[in-house]
Design a binder for this molecule. Structure first.
Ligand SMILES: *Cc1c(COP(=O)(O)O)cnc(C)c1O
Length: 345
């Protein structure tokens, strides 16, 4: 039994808010190598005013969670997948890569150092981890930085969408978050800056968030705010859109695997047209922060389409949720290599 001493927080009512925890990981890249890698206590960073991250958005990030298990141990979920995705984001923005081993070691160090802030098993809370890299240094021209900072910080979180497994409603966006061959498949800040206005419009109209359509024709579903979309067809198939402007969600690819191997379903990455939604019996958003959030209704122009129900989660969505979270919290057997234990004190 691991000692699970924790600080005093309202674990059952955590939102998704920044918290200044005692430790974060930092590493500095200069002259072709990472330097001074390790834990620090200072939550602020000082950078030169000419830094490319400030003017040209040369930066990327990741989002993942540490899960407290029943026996007190702590799980990371597929951290190698996040390491690989960050490497791809870095390639797209001409930034140096963080090797997978260094990335996973950084996560473990941050979780271990802040372990008193990992929400207890059974509260539904997790320790959210935010790795990021920024291009810094004196550099006002439009070219890549010569220096970079890689950092990982953490904060305890609850559900991202307020409802949890209660369905919420979404609005089709009039704007795109990314271009067809732009940076949609990279986890970069620019996509998020572009999403603030359509997100705000959706919130002001009483929706949970907006749903982005394909940037070429605006006829197909792409993303649900900052989560991926999945549907369950009336004949029981798990479907999810395929497009180069979608961020490849680790959660989505995990659900594709679990739907096929653990639930015996057919699966397909395919086009999901907004004028053919009737063939979907259920729909949901998936991502590390969103976990699985059922989509109740979807407003497209003046049409309001309800998938399964505006108040109840559908049976297949619920099964997928139980399977995924069961694996993440260590209650169900995980496919080979999905769970990485964090060594604690
Ligand atoms: C991070 C992110 C997701 C979810 O990816 P996960 O790996 O499942 O957390 C989905 N869409 C966008 C735009 C994202 O940035």
């Amino acid at each position: 039994m691991t000692d699970t001493k924790t600080v005093d927080l309202d674990w059952n009512n955590l939102g998704f808010a920044y918290m200044d925890l005692p430790y974060r990981y930092r590493a500095y890249w200069k002259d072709g190598e990472w330097h001074k890698a390790g834990l620090v206590e200072d939550s602020s960073i000082t950078i030169n005013e000419g830094s490319p991250i400030i003017h040209y958005g040369q930066g990327c990030f990741e989002g993942m969670k540490a899960y407290r298990c029943k026996d007190g141990s702590v799980n990371l979920f597929r951290p190698d997948q996040n390491a690989a995705r960050m490497q791809r984001s870095c390639q797209r923005l001409l930034m140096p890569e963080v090797p997978t081993e260094m990335f996973v070691d950084a996560l473990k160090q941050v979780v271990r150092a802040n372990q008193a802030y990992i929400p207890p098993y059974g509260t539904g809370g997790t320790l959210y981890l935010r790795p990021y890299m920024i291009g810094v240094g004196e550099n006002i021209g439009v070219h890549p930085a010569t220096e970079y900072i890689f950092s990982v910080f953490a904060m305890p979180v609850g559900n991202y969408f307020k409802g949890g497994l209660t369905p919420t409603n979404f609005l089709a966006a009039d704007y795109d978050r990314a271009a067809h061959k732009g940076t949609g498949q990279s986890k970069v800040g620019g996509n998020y800056a572009a999403s603030l206005l359509p997100g705000d419009i959706a919130h002001k109209r009483g929706f949970s968030d907006c749903i982005y359509l394909d940037p070429i024709e605006h006829k197909k579903i792409e993303e649900v705010g900052s989560a991926n979309f999945f549907g369950i067809t009336r004949d029981g198939k798990f479907v999810t859109p395929k497009s180069p402007s979608i961020l490849p969600s680790v959660t989505k690819y995990s659900l594709l695997y679990l739907a096929e191997h653990n639930l015996g379903m057919e699966t397909e990455e395919t086009d999901i047209y907004i004028d053919q939604l009737d063939h979907l019996a259920e729909a949901g958003a998936c991502g590390t922060a969103a976990v699985i959030s059922p989509i109740g209704g979807f407003q497209v122009g003046d049409k309001f389409h309800v998938f399964y129900s505006e108040t109840e989660v559908g049976p297949v969505t619920k099964k997928l949720y139980d399977e995924l979270t069961g694996i993440q919290f260590g209650d169900r057997p995980a496919p080979e290599g999905w769970i990485v234990k964090v060594p604690l004190d």
